[in-house]
Write a protein that binds this ligand. Sequence first.
Ligand SMILES: O=C(COP(=O)(O)O)[C@H](O)[C@H](O)COP(=O)(O)O
Length: 320
Amino acid sequence: MDVHPDVERTAESIATMETRGAAAIADAAAAALATQAREGEAADPAEFRAGMRAAARRLRETRPTAVSLPNALRYVLRGMQGEDVTTLRDSVVDCAETFRYDLDRAQDRLGRIGAGRLRDGDVVMTHCHSTDALACVEAAVEQGKHVEAYVKETRPRQQGHITAKELREMGVPVTLVVDNAAHRYLDECDHVLVGADSIAADGSVINKIGTAGLAVSARDRGVPIVVAAGTIKIHPDTLTGAAVEIEHRDEAEVIDDETRAELGDVDVLNPAFDVTPPRHIDAIVTERGQFPPESIVTLMRELFGDAVEAPWQEPGDGVP
Ligand SMILES: O=C(COP(=O)(O)O)[C@H](O)[C@H](O)COP(=O)(O)O
């Protein structure tokens, strides 16, 4: 079944990482579902529902690791109610708008909670680019605290540059360092502050490749590791033992054609994310408060229950 061109465009922009970062991906997916509902050409309720499921599947298949994407799709499709096309359409559009509004508010709230951990004069080290992590720094700055940052470059796509720019816009002094220099500068830092793409039931945090190594180094240097992540990053499937799929991206992000020709028969691996175990994390800051990683499972049960649905599936199709 064809999906609305806007859904196709959004899916492309997520897959190519023009839209990236777990929160932005969730927001874009909800907006695309709203467009599918508003502008799709369904003749009857069954066709409307099938179109929504097809749109959600197209968005779902773009990137596998950030659970904010399926959580957004689940939220919007669960709100699809009605016996005629107009009612169905209105319910999806309303639900998508509520989701996007709540996502924004949740980030503001978790930012204020995370800011409570930052004292005047503190130095943070960041990895990748996380809007949740930056919300904590922004709130601290708004409270009048002076915060400085070491920003890891984050090879291969250098999302650290985005972080550096946004921190500078907040007036935060920034020192950009190559990833391998993190250990050297941790003694000058008071916190490691990162985001998350998914949080598993045991409190493990799945985030940009390099987070796990940074956390090991930070433990070694006695620097607390704070993960800023809205509850949309909680991965309900992990409650029943499912593993979080780690995305592997193209080797072209790591080496160019010329280098490839020079290297010859060499394998290149480009995993986009890694898993930091709960013992290396001090706190997970959400819009519902901050939690030790081990207690995330309680929040997970409260928010998602035990049954995880895949409402984008066609009836009778067993594959989520
Ligand atoms: O790992 C990344 C982004 O990876 P990529 O660049 O591969 O998408 C971010 O730390 C999380 O998605 C959290 O971001 P946010 O806090 O903005 O949701």
